[in-house]
Design a protein around this ligand. Structure first.
Ligand code: MG
Length: 293
């Protein structure tokens, strides 16, 4: 039986929350480059501007502030970026009006395939049909292509060091079934006390439920992640944040293992040291695309 947030109980003085996709596993690169991008080009009819479509998708999903964002808003963002790029527009692509997709994104419906399916029944629209076809094709492509992705180097020894002193939980927006499969197939599922996926709510809710207001003392709670959304969840729940920097994951794990984790346990991680790690991370994720400046 899968555990719930209520089953998580503090046993130690320290808490560590760990994101999974793109943080423990190098899965963002393969998912976005080999699955999302080809289906984006195919289903949104961007063949004539495929070079630009690829750069836009990678920028929006991997190498900018919206890294790690839910697929529906980031799809709308990518289409808008493409439309605003004169060289891409000059290839004659037709980006449709996005109002029905934006209305779904802004609705109360969950930003998942099930949510879109329910929303589409209430408000049928050809654009939502296209969005659904694309989203289902992405899932099929991921199932077909993404397997055998191991954790980054140094993850195992870092996990050993974490669980020697801290309670550990996986804090992720990925479906729980996929998380359990990935952690089990890599023989690391015994490390965390709880693996929390999207069914147990958003990351901020996971963290708030596990660390509470007073379950751990200030500066004894740390979240590790690879996206601005992880940093925001950490801040909202009163946790410190350690970034695994996109494109520099090996260095990030090496530093966590040899330096940052030791500082966290000694009480010298917060303040200047954390600020320097976050500044390096943020500098890697610009707001505006390079071609727009
Ligand atoms: Mg991530």
């Amino acid at each position: 039986m899968k555990k719930t947030l209520k089953d998580f109980q503090p046993h130690r003085e320290f808490f560590v929350g760990l994101d999974s996709d793109g943080c423990v596993f190098d899965s963002m690169e393969i998912k976005h480059k080999e699955c999302f991008t080809p289906m984006f080009i195919k289903h949104w009819r961007l063949q004539a501007a495929s070079k630009y479509a690829r750069r836009v998708w990678e920028f929006a999903n991997l190498y900018s502030k919206t890294r790690g964002m839910n697929r529906f808003p980031v799809c709308a963002r990518s289409l808008r970026l493409l439309n605003a790029w004169p060289e891409a527009a000059a290839r004659g692509i037709q980006v449709p009006g996005l109002a029905p997709l934006q209305a779904f994104i802004d609705s109360e419906y969950p930003p998942s395939n099930d949510g879109l399916e329910a929303y589409r029944k209430a408000r049928p629209d050809p654009l939502l049909e296209l969005t659904m076809e694309w989203s289902l094709a992405v899932n099929a492509s991921i199932k077909d292509i993404v397997f055998g992705v191991p954790p980054f180097p140094k993850v195992r020894e870092t996990l050993d060091a974490i669980v020697a002193n801290a309670d550990l939980a996986v804090v992720s927006g990925t479906p729980g079934e996929a998380l359990h499969r990935e952690w089990e197939e890599n023989q690391i599922a015994h490390y965390p006390q709880l693996i929390a996926g999207q069914e147990l709510g958003k990351k901020t809710a996971h963290l708030e439920a596990m660390v509470g207001v007073d379950r751990y003392r200030r500066d004894k709670k740390l979240m590790i992640g690879d996206a601005p959304g992880d940093r925001k969840a950490a801040e909202a729940a009163g946790c410190l944040f350690y970034p695994v920097s996109p494109g520099h994951e090996e260095e990030s794990w090496d530093r966590l293992c040899s330096e940052a984790l030791g500082r966290f346990f000694e009480g010298s991680y917060g303040g200047e040291y954390q600020a320097a790690r976050i500044a390096d991370f943020e500098a890697l994720l610009p707001e505006l695309p390079p071609w727009a400046s």
